[in-house]
Design a protein around this ligand. Structure first.
Ligand code: ADP
Length: 182
């Protein structure tokens, strides 16, 4: 585990479904109705209540699906976290389809939703870097910049946690983010 940005950013390995933060972020797909990877893990661990709220959001606010870069909130169900913030990262098509900005928006809008719910702590998985194929090194730089700007501009979420599922992903992040240890 490493800390950055005056202790407000923690970078670690682990299973995000076990994270005891006020909210965790789900790297969802636009259907919001579940999938593989971290999405499947969150729905499995959190239970039906999360699915039911996602379905309601689909039926009311987002009948066409949640666009990439946007974020919505549901209960955390049976998870330790009180809320799940579902966001959709971009699918990587080579870098010329606004992927960088969409990834930044997914992180920014998740932080915004967490702030609206008065969350003091928020844990993120490595959005888009699994099945969606976003290069991990490039994602690291974007994520570090968004979080640095968020904290510098007085964002209300006091503690941000980046949870990497494997040691290799964790190491790549630390080597590529440009963040400096205090
Ligand atoms: P995407 O479709 O956005 O790429 P994935 O779920 O395929 O989403 O992968 C995103 C990241 O989440 C990957 O680095 C994957 O290893 C990681 N991941 C999968 N399961 C978990 C989990 N339980 N906790 C934390 N991270 C996870």
């Amino acid at each position: 585990m490493e800390m950055f940005l005056g202790g407000r950013l923690t970078v670690k390995t682990g299973d995000i479904t076990r994270e005891d933060a006020d909210a965790i972020v789900n790297a969802a797909n636009s259907s919001l109705l579940g999938g593989g990877g971290v999405d499947g893990a969150i729905h499995n661990a959190g239970g039906r209540e999360i699915y039911n709220e996602c379905k309601h959001i689909r039926d009311t606010e987002y009948p066409e699906g949640l666009p990439a870069g946007e974020a919505v909130v549901t209960t955390g169900g049976r998870l330790p976290a009180k809320y799940v913030i579902h966001t959709v990262g971009p699918v990587w098509y080579g870098g010329n389809r606004n992927e960088d900005e969409l990834l930044a928006n997914a992180y920014r809008n998740s932080l915004k939703r967490a702030g609206e719910k008065k969350c003091a702590s928020l844990a993120f998985p490595a959005i888009s870097t699994g099945v969606y194929g976003f290069p991990r090194e490039r994602a690291a730089r974007i994520v570090a910049e968004v979080i640095t700007n968020y904290i510098d501009s007085g964002g209300v979420v006091k503690k941000i946690i980046l949870v990497f599922f494997g040691n290799d992903d964790y190491r790549v992040f630390l080597e590529s983010s440009g963040l400096q240890s205090p």
